[in-house]
Design a binder for this molecule. Structure first.
Ligand code: PLP
Length: 285
């Protein structure tokens, strides 16, 4: 596999980052994951805009322009023959050659930029969309700036492990009785014909797929309400689902052992998945 590191395309085994990089020492970095379908990038502009915002919120220097990032994404798709898959992009604050809590001067310490691809043939035909996901709920004990897409992913990883140990697919995180989001996705329920998902704030990641799905839902005259919901409300819902750049729209059929609705993927989630895939392929670049 050919990867990109700080201006160079290299075989993955030759790609190196300093042990003093603040991404490694302090999780001082941000990332994006963009899906590739049929060799094209989905929602690239959204991911690029969110990356810019994450960098700004953390006073981190942008390592490249949006156009340069697009060119790197395309080059990696071509060099690795990616038809369906993902591109992972990470920017870390680089290394000042030592460990220090204070940020180094960005003029002297450029940030590090790393990208790599993951091939996932048939990504859009994930069989889990037909059966749906089972999830558990866990406490949300993450920090207060979940709107910034940082590489501090230890708690989400622990959440996935809790789900695995419980014999299910994933976990939804809960704070003050209300669902925030999934370990790596946004969370939704459907009651009647209304799609309910938590409003944007610092409490959740502003999902790029979320923005697109809500826009398509409204265009299709579906009712959308952005508000918090409780675990009990989710268990009593007609449907539940998640969204993310790599899962698209994925039905949830069980929460903490309780079947949701009929315990099978609901028609709203199924329809939104089709609409999302159709519509975002039209604007894929
Ligand atoms: N929420 C969290 C915590 C995530 O990690 C992710 C994606 O990785 C999402 C939501 C979904 O965001 P997106 O649709 O931009 O992939």
């Amino acid at each position: 596999r050919t990867v990109y590191v700080n201006g160079e395309y290299l075989p993955e085994e030759d790609a190196k980052i300093s042990i003093f990089d603040r991404g490694f020492l302090m999780a001082d970095g941000v990332y994006e994951v963009t899906s590739v379908l049929g060799g094209k990038l989905l929602d690239f502009d959204g991911h690029s805009a969110r990356l810019e915002r994450s960098l700004k919120e953390l006073d981190m220097a942008a390592p490249a322009t949006g156009d340069e990032l697009l060119a790197i994404h395309r080059e990696l798709v071509a060099r690795n023959d990616i038809v369906d898959g993902m591109i992972y992009l990470q920017v870390t604050r680089g290394s000042a050659g030592d460990r220090d809590f204070a940020f180094p001067d960005p003029a002297k310490t450029p940030s590090s930029l790393v990208l790599f691809t993951q091939s996932k043939p048939g990504l859009a035909n994930n069989p889990a969309a037909k059966t749906g996901l089972k999830i558990i709920t866990i406490d949300d004990i993450r920090w207060g700036r979940r709107d910034i897409k940082t590489v501090q992913l230890l708690y989400p990883s622990m959440g996935k492990m809790m789900a695995k140990k419980a014999g299910v697919d994933d976990a939804w995180m809960v704070e003050d009785g209300f669902v925030t989001e999934g370990t790596s996705n946004n969370a939704y329920i459907v009651k009647g014909n209304t799609i309910i998902t938590r409003a944007l704030s610092n409490d959740i990641l502003h999902g790029i797929t979320r923005a697109a799905v809500l826009r398509f839902a409204r265009e299709a005259q579906m009712e959308v309400v952005e508000r918090s919901f409780t675990v009990d409300e989710a268990k009593a819902a007609d449907e539940a689902f998640i969204t993310s750049a790599s899962a698209f729209v994925m039905p949830v059929v069980e929460i903490d052992g309780a079947p949701i609705g009929t315990g099978t993927p609901g028609h709203v989630a199924t329809r939104l998945r089709e609409i999302y895939l159709d519509e975002s392929l039209k604007t894929a670049i």
